[in-house]
Design a protein around this ligand. Structure first.
Ligand SMILES: Nc1ncnc2c1ncn2[C@@H]1O[C@H](COP(=O)(O)OP(=O)(O)OP(=O)(O)O)[C@@H](O)[C@H]1O
Ligand SMILES: [Mg+2]
Length: 263
């Protein structure tokens, strides 16, 4: 049986405040989250500001360690891995779009995107990075530093960097939050295209319910627990029962994951 792309078991996270009048106070962010995500699935995580969505993605990427519980990616327990092994895992198999981008300020857009491929020894890193930056509409911005790009342009560089190595798992935190409608739609289409054609499992955090509904599952984070289905909209509107599957994982027969996604 194929292992789940993501398995969370009893995941707990709390922060202890460091300074100020509330020093030492504990904030319980996740209180025992269980979740299985099938390979190639697309999952949206929604929830109010401060509910723990970014924290959950940090745990999924091994950038944060849980207080209790386990994260398994493709059957591999992150808790058993040291920092170097986790860095290798992220480089090879995970794409991350951070809410605050985290671009390297001294590198051009092109070098920011090419770097993960170069680190993995790909000789065609610049060609692949150029193709992907053109796909996100930044073909004329390749050699600019992040500080000279608009917020939405920086976001698109961050998305290209997360996709360029065709990851098995994409973790994206509000990936189109800074984009106008048309550009946002182009980027959302690109994410779902990668999901269909490269078999990439998508875990997307968003406040945009229309975006969330393009995923095959919508999960909402509330008071430290994950619930299946989007928030109820009102009486008689139980959307948790109509989980849409507009973009189910589909791959033509004989096609390997990653064959079609732009190299
Ligand atoms: N390093 C930290 N130290 C203390 N508290 C933290 C820390 N990081 C996050 N928190 C708290 O944990 C809670 C969850 O934060 P998180 O960033 O995961 O929320 P979020 O759901 O991503 O919110 P948003 O939609 O605004 O991005 C918040 O109350 C936040 O203040
Ligand atoms: Mg957040």
């Amino acid at each position: 049986m194929t292992a789940a792309a993501v398995r969370l078991a009893g995941l707990c996270l709390h922060y202890t405040l460091q300074g100020g009048g509330r020093a030492g106070q504990r904030i319980d962010v996740l209180r025992g989250v269980d979740l299985d995500i099938a390979p190639g699935d697309s999952v949206a995580i929604v929830g109010p500001s401060g509910s723990g969505k970014t924290s959950l993605l940090l745990l999924l990427s091994g950038l944060e360690r849980p207080a209790a519980g386990e994260v398994l990616l493709a059957g591999q327990a992150l808790g058993a891995m040291d920092a170097d092994a986790l860095a290798d895992l992220r480089r090879d198999r995970i794409g991350i779009v951070f809410q605050s981008f985290h671009l390297l300020p001294s590198l051009s857009a092109l070098d920011n995107v090419a770097l993960p491929l170069q680190m993995a020894g790909h000789r065609d890193a610049h060609a692949r990075a150029t193709t992907l930056l053109q796909r996100v509409g930044l073909g004329a911005r390749l050699h600019q530093l992040p500080a000279t790009l608009s917020g939405g342009e920086q976001q698109r560089v961050a998305i290209a960097r997360a996709l360029v190595h065709r990851p098995q798992l994409l973790l994206a935190d509000e990936p189109t939050g800074n984009l106008d409608d048309a550009t946002g739609e182009t980027i959302r289409d690109l994410l779902f295209e990668m999901n269909r054609e490269a078999g990439t499992t998508l875990v997307l955090v968003t406040h945009d319910m229309a975006f969330a509904r393009r995923c095959s599952r919508v999960l909402r984070l509330h008071e430290g627990l994950l619930h299946e289905g989007p928030p109820q909209q009102g009486p008689g509107d139980d959307r948790s029962r109509e989980l849409p599957a507009k973009n189910p994982p589909q791959r033509p027969p004989g096609q390997r994951p990653g064959d079609a996604f732009p190299a």
